[in-house]
Ligand binder design. Structure first.
Ligand code: AMP
Length: 360
């Protein structure tokens, strides 16, 4: 295992070659680190910023051993990496951060909520089901309408269906592929918020201010940050982040998606054990953004203090919306972040912009 803190010149491995990996690589390169990406596609957004791409699946033994040979520490930009890959890397003497406990909790919606509730963190009521009959029982227990989601591998609103009446339970279960599901009570939220937080190797925790998030069709469209929020809400979010990070022995940046209820209570929807789309505003609204913070944490450096420098509206550019870049490039208050993806498929995250307003 490497000695921490890693000095500049060390190599950080990243599982996954998407935009999050690309922005991690940009931050890492500023701090003097080399990034090596493990990715199936030889020409990925992260790969074009990294010093090297190891081409292979996340569970390819040869690619993992090549990664272990070059990297001093490994992180990931995608929570669906196989847990077995972390074990393989650990066996080969390389630590992966965030560690297996965090990854396991984030990969399974039932384990995630069970962990959260055990930490005293509130979620919607839920029930698990693995068969059509159990799905019907779970829907009966939670009541309708309710949301049925696959336990694993759902993202951006994929792998979930609303169930309007008990008679629809079995059909919903089949439509989700007959795989294990979670049935969730609807959160009657007034806003969707998120908190981005980080925990260092010394156990220090920092939290960014809340972001207010707007989704369309399950995909994040816009974040406003810092969100309008009084101290009680901000304190509540911070307490949640501390419990999550400490409870998972976490190292790195986490994104915690929250529902704000009318009575001011926060429920956790989901934990993403990585840098998060709702934290992109920190690139232009904070002195040190989530990407550098993550690199600092996994490299064993001290975390940077969170200091907000501006109010930001972050807008995701999906599919051919990115073609409007000349318009955004001409806006004086707009900072552009494009991911270098070759093809603008509908709904694909091609880039984002941060519209920056000075703090009042
Ligand atoms: P998820 O894939 O769990 O992040 O869910 C995607 C989006 O679906 C969330 O951002 C919410 O807008 C909505 N959603 C998820 N779970 C619930 C719930 N239990 N009640 C109401 N809306 C939900």
């Amino acid at each position: 295992m490497a000695n921490f803190p890693l000095p500049p010149g060390s190599t950080i491995g990243v599982l996954g070659g998407g935009q999050l990996g690309r922005m991690l690589a940009e931050a890492a390169s500023r701090l003097g680190f080399d990034i090596v990406v493990l990715e199936r596609d030889a020409d990925s957004p992260a790969g074009r910023v990294a010093v090297r791409t190891l081409v292979g699946a996340y569970d390819d033994p040869q690619a993992l051993s090549a990664l272990a040979e070059t990297a001093d520490v490994v992180t990931y930009e995608f929570e669906n990496v196989p847990a077995a890959s972390l074990e393989t890397l650990a066996r080969l003497g390389v630590e992966v951060a965030p560690g297996p406990k965090a990854l396991a909790a984030a990969q399974d919606r039932v384990d995630e909520k069970t962990f959260l509730n055990a930490q005293g963190v509130a979620t919607v009521a839920f029930a698990a089901a693995e068969t059509p009959a159990e799905a019907a029982a779970a829907v009966a227990k939670i009541g309708t309408p309710c949301l049925m989601k696959t336990r694993r591998e759902g993202y951006d609103g994929k792998g979930q269906r609303w169930v309007e009446q008990p008679a629809d339970a079995e059909a919903a279960f089949q439509a989700l592929g007959g795989r294990p599901v979670i049935v969730e009570a609807p959160a009657d939220f007034v806003r969707e918020l998120s908190v981005i937080a980080a925990r260092g190797r010394d156990g220090a925790i920092v939290c960014y201010p809340l972001a207010e998030n707007h989704h369309e069709g399950g995909v994040l469209r816009r974040s406003l940050a810092p969100a309008r929020a009084g101290a009680p809400l901000a304190d509540q979010a911070e307490r949640i982040a501390m419990k999550v990070l400490s409870g998972l022995d976490y190292i790195g940046v986490v994104g915690i998606e929250l529902f704000e209820l009318a009575d001011g209570r926060l429920l956790v929807n989901e934990i993403a054990p990585r840098v998060h789309n709702t934290g992109h505003w920190t690139q232009d609204g904070c002195e040190v953004d989530q990407f550098e913070q993550h690199i600092r944490a996994v490299a064993g450096w001290p975390l940077a203090q969170v200091r907000v420098t501006a109010q930001v509206e972050m807008l995701n550019l999906l599919g051919d919306e990115v073609d409007a870049w000349p318009k955004y490039a001409a806006e004086p208050e707009t900072r552009l972040h494009f991911y270098g993806k070759r093809e603008a498929k509908p709904g694909r995250k091609m880039g984002h912009i941060n519209r920056v307003k000075p703090l009042r």
